[in-house]
Design a protein. Structure first.
Lengths: 215, 819
């Protein structure tokens, strides 16, 4: 379900949902939730099952219930598109989640900042905190360790007998960790690992570190 | 004018050209003028075009005796062709008749290639005779007031019906016909088909089961006995013959010899990639062919294709390397020789290709067969027998294609709107939807109006609206436009246009191939070495690369072909003959390979079923040889993998070709246990198959087309800035969503049903298992791979099946980096 790791001697917990918990700060980090995507599709005539839009909120609830964080930081692409009815569901979710919420804006976040302010969500373009840089886009900056999203990382695993598996993952390199996309119905991008990268794949109910070997 | 006078006009026209009508032509004229519907069974190049164009013209003359002075406006006939490349040829034939007889009838073409200005011209003044494709036909049903355009139409002719039958474009055609029957009640319906196993059924599908149209119909067969000579090309030194590989370039010298010895040669390849490769290789090795050699395949731009077709007619080319894009229609009189590279996998296709040469009635057809690897030579000798005995396979029509129906309903809603009661009756009269219940139809209606089966809170779904009087209608302009865009792409791989930086369109390429390249990389496409500059907005910008640059060949995913049941049986019989003295020339040539095979294993006889097991660096291999064709092996492989995986937690990678299949694992399979448990039993076949299907990716792949056709995936505007990028999503994701949240969705279930009916061929599978059950199982544990196993174990396209938990599997795997 979870995996404890240390980054620059701080404790973090990786959750199988794709969420990351910063233990010391009691802060829940979530990237690329892409809320509103299902409604956006349906509004334009593609009949993706509507139950799916509730699924994202169920998932948010279970991560919040598990960690009981003191704050939540979304690392961008919180909302997939312009305003639609799913905003109301988000509004309800914010109302029942009484902790400070911060949004580090991403490329998809095009909804007017005022809408967020109205429900007490703080929007920033980036956030440097105790030696960590919280951004949407991957970026390496001197003296800071970056926590970010945007890519929807996945990795291709290989085993004997021509076995292959593609799984979403937390992708950690020397100075940064990219979080997997939290939202359902988002898709992934397969990364090419380099020497020294550390990969934590997530499944429905597990987080596992996989060895990264030279080909 | 009576029939005799009309016939005089027709035969007079034939004589003026120095021809004499064949009996099948006059029979067709008679039936047509009597107002009958029908199916004409005639091969390509037999004069089938005139068998149906002439009576259309004669009928006009009959109804308008003063036709020479007074033109009667309005659509008279529609000619549907599966390949737009053929439309020019068909128009020329019609123009010839009209010009010579002075009828004043106009002929128009409307396909995806028709310009917008031409289309709007057709709208104000519809041509008398219209040549179109199934997709463009649907598009016309999506335009306002279509009923008015079609109401005068007296005939619709569906050319190459065998090509459409057994495809979803065929279903589109069926649906269009159900509508036209009502809109144009005087319309005759005629199909033209090459010889297939189920001609009678083909006619039933075309006209509708138990329909009045079927009752008033005839089948006319052209009995043209064309002699076909099949010659296998066997090199002098057989030792060098590769055991695997499907490109066949080792026979390039032999191919060049054939080209040099003939006036015009067509070389048929099975894939576009192979076509590109052969074209390049021939030019590299035989520079003297430059200018005399051309290439033709479906992804090359229309201008280039048309140029090649005309050049063949004008005898400007020595040889053309092509794919099935040149299978149909066009009459290339000068083609003298046909070469088939690699197994054609089906007799009907092979016959059709052979028929491309000696295209004049009475001439003999020569076809050379180049086997790309050793075992394929067995296929060659099986093919020769198939040709002698005219063993031809069936084309299996689709049933209950909800995706196509959903698309069709939106189409009608986009144009003038529809009332469900009327359309239900029409659609149910078609072959495809004869078993449709009212609930099924209601599902489709709910799908297009509510996007689900029940209303949900916060939902904003919008597509088709129900108006106050019960009419189903699309009122949003964007939705209408997007639907029209989407309709043309009934098979949906994301394709991108390849263009020169300075302008100039080269053709289209699949996105997955381009996505593997970086700017600066070089690839070969349309016979040119190109450097990739950038990819933007579905356009691939290129420039000519330096001739010395190392380049990779463009490739396409396009379906791999499988052996038909009939071919598989012939193939087995040929192979069993390898243990006798009555070997064909091909089998004798294979002697070195058989010797190698027998050293460690056996060449099975008709009472034996061979299994081989061995270990390599990759893992533990188990190879089974049913010789039943690729599709049956695909099903058998997942069935066996599933049954074995019940005995012990294990993960398999599956591979298959036309001869057998492989189960590869990182654990050793206990073969004795497999035999002791009688895992080949035909019992519980259906249930086990269903389970194995859930464990593999087959249904997921089928779902791709369904999602595109039903409008679940928007493929974007061709060649335009994609503003709708937020709307693009892969069918894979949608498949998983349906599986997890809406498993009762008919479109989702259709993916499984189609896998059963069109891919797994459950019926054939049962027969195969029963046969294996009667055979003696011979299990050989060998030291290393045998010649038979080689083409299978080296196949990279694989399916997987596992009964282990994901976490357990991950623990034995690694990610890897390149140093």
């Amino acid at each position: 379900m979870t995996l404890n790791i240390q980054i620059n001697s701080r404790d973090f917990i990786l959750h199988c949902s794709g969420a990351l918990f910063w233990v010391e700060k009691r802060m829940l980090l979530i990237s690329d939730a892409h809320l509103g995507k299902v409604s956006h599709f349906r509004k334009h005539g593609a009949a993706i099952p509507g139950v799916l839009m509730h699924k994202n909120f169920d998932k948010l609830d279970s991560a919040v219930n598990y960690f009981e964080p003191e704050s939540i930081c979304f690392l961008g692409d919180l909302f997939h598109s312009s305003l639609n009815n799913e905003w109301q569901l988000f509004h309800d979710w914010v109302a029942r989640t009484p902790v400070p919420i911060i949004l580090v804006a991403g490329n998809h976040d095009i909804i007017a900042p005022k809408k967020y302010h109205d429900i007490n969500i703080t929007i920033v373009s980036e956030w440097a905190l105790d030696g960590f840089l919280l951004t949407h886009y991957p970026e390496e900056r001197d003296g800071l360790f970056t926590l970010c999203g945007h890519i929807h990382p996945a990795v291709l695993l290989a085993g004997k007998g021509r076995q292959f598996l593609k799984l979403p993952c937390f992708f950690k390199s020397a100075q940064q960790m990219i979080l997997p996309a939290f939202g359902e119905f988002t898709g992934t991008y397969v990364m090419e690992p380099q020497e020294g990268d550390v990969i934590y794949v997530i499944t429905k109910d597990d987080v596992l570190e996989v060895p990264n070997k030279e080909r | 004018m009576n029939r005799e006078q009309l016939f005089d006009i027709a035969t007079g026209w034939f004589e003026s050209r120095g021809w004499k009508p064949f009996p099948f032509q006059t029979q067709t004229w008679t039936a047509f003028l009597q107002g009958k519907n029908g199916l004409l069974n005639a091969p390509t190049g037999s004069g089938k075009t005139y068998a149906l164009w002439l009576p259309v013209v004669l009928d006009y003359i009959k109804n308008n005796p003063d036709y020479k002075t007074k033109h009667k406006p309005g659509l008279k006939a529609i000619w549907i062709t599966p390949l737009r490349a053929l439309s020019v040829e068909i128009k020329q034939a019609a123009d010839r008749v009209n010009d010579d007889l002075g009828t004043g009838l106009t002929v128009g073409i409307r396909t995806g290639d028709t310009s917008a200005s031409e289309r709007s011209k057709q709208k104000t003044k519809i041509p008398d005779l219209l040549i179109t494709t199934p997709e463009s036909m649907q598009l016309m049903l999506a335009s306002k007031d279509y009923a008015n355009v079609f109401k005068t139409c007296g005939a619709i002719i569906i050319d190459e019906w065998h090509e459409l039958l057994g495809t979803k474009r065929g279903v589109q055609t069926e649906l269009a016909l159900t509508r036209l029957k009502n809109v144009a009640p005087k319309m005759r319906i005629w199909g033209i088909s090459a010889t297939i196993g189920n001609l009678q059924q083909a006619m039933e599908v075309l006209l509708g089961p138990q329909s009045p149209a079927l009752e008033n119909s005839v089948m006319i067969r052209a009995h043209i006995n064309k002699k076909i000579n099949v010659v296998s090309v066997i090199p002098d030194k057989m030792d060098a013959y590769p055991w695997r590989g499907h490109m066949g370039l080792h026979l390039i010298d032999e191919a060049a010899k054939i080209i040099k010895g003939s006036r015009t040669t067509l070389l048929f390849c099975n894939t576009r990639a192979q076509c590109e490769l052969w074209f390049q290789a021939l030019l590299d090795k035989f520079p003297e062919f430059a200018g005399d050699l051309a290439m033709h395949h479906g992804s090359i731009s229309r201008e280039n294709r048309q140029w090649v077709e005309q050049a063949i007619r004008d005898e400007q080319l020595r040889a053309v390397v092509c794919t099935s894009s040149l299978d149909l229609g066009v009459d290339f009189a000068p083609v003298e020789t046909v070469v088939q590279i690699g197994g054609p996998k089906g007799v009907a296709r092979f016959l059709q290709r052979a028929g491309r040469s000696g295209h004049r009635p009475g001439e003999e057809s020569n076809i050379y067969f180049l086997a790309t690897h050793a075992i394929e030579l067995v296929e060659a000798s099986a093919l020769r027998r198939a040709v002698q005995e005219t063993v031809v396979e069936d084309r299996v029509p689709y049933l209950n294609s909800w995706d196509v129906l959903v698309q069709y309903l939106v189409t009608l809603a986009v144009s003038d709107g529809f009332y469900p009661d009327v359309i239900f009756k029409e659609v149910k009269g078609s072959f495809c939807y004869q078993g449709m219940t009212e609930d099924d139809f209601q599902f489709c209606l709910n799908f297009i109006t509510k996007g689900s089966q029940s209303l949900q809170a916060y939902d904003e779904y919008k597509k088709v609206e129900i108006e106050a009087d019960g009419k189903f209608k699309v009122n949003s302009k964007t939705i209408a436009m997007r639907h029209r865009m989407q309709m043309g792409t009934i098979v949906g791989d994301s394709v991108m246009n390849v263009k020169f930086l300075g302008g100039g369109y080269l053709g289209s390429i699949e996105e997955w191939f381009i996505s593997k390249l970086n700017p600066g990389d070089t690839f070969i496409f349309a016979g040119r070495k190109l450097e990739l500059i950038r990819v933007r907005n579905m356009e691939v910008m290129v420039r000519m690369a330096s001739p010395g640059a190392k380049a990779m060949h463009a490739s396409w995913m396009g379906g791999r072909l499988t052996l038909s049941a009939q071919m598989s049986e012939l193939l087995r019989e040929e192979l069993y003959a390898a243990n006798t003295d009555t070997m064909t020339r091909e089998l004798r040539a294979l002697k070195p390979m058989f010797t190698r095979q027998r050293k460690e294993s056996i060449v099975p006889g008709d009472d034996e079923f061979l299994i081989e097991t061995f270990k390599t660096r990759e893992g533990y291999h188990a190879i089974f040889y049913p010789f039943e064709g690729r599709f049956v092996h695909e099903a058998l492989a997942s069935l066996m993998a599933y049954r074995i995986s019940l005995l012990t937690p294990i993960t398999f990678s599956l591979a298959y070709n036309d001869y057998g299949f492989e189960l590869l694992s990182d654990q050793e399979i206990d073969m004795q246990q497999v035999l002791d448990n009688d895992l080949f039993t035909p019992q519980h076949l259906h249930l086990d198959l269903q389970h194995s299907l859930n464990a593999t990716e087959m249904a997921r792949r089928k779902f791709r087309d369904i999602a595109v056709i039903a409008g679940l995936v928007f493929t974007g505007y061709p060649g335009k800035v994609v503003k709708t990028k937020h709307l693009q999503s892969s069918s894979q994701l949608i498949f998983e969503v349906f599986r997890d949240y809406e498993p009762n969705n008919l479109l989702f279930q259709q993916a499984y049903r189609e896998t059963f009916e069109h891919q797994l061929e459950e019926g054939r599978l049962l027969l195969a298992l029963e046969r294996i059950h009667r055979q003696q199982i011979v299990w050989k544990a060998t030291e290393k791979p045998t010649p038979f196993s080689f083409p299978i174990i080296t196949d990279r396209l694989r399916e997987k099946l596992s009964s282990e938990t994901l976490s357990d599997r991950i623990k034995r795997m690694t990610a890897s980096y390149m140093k």
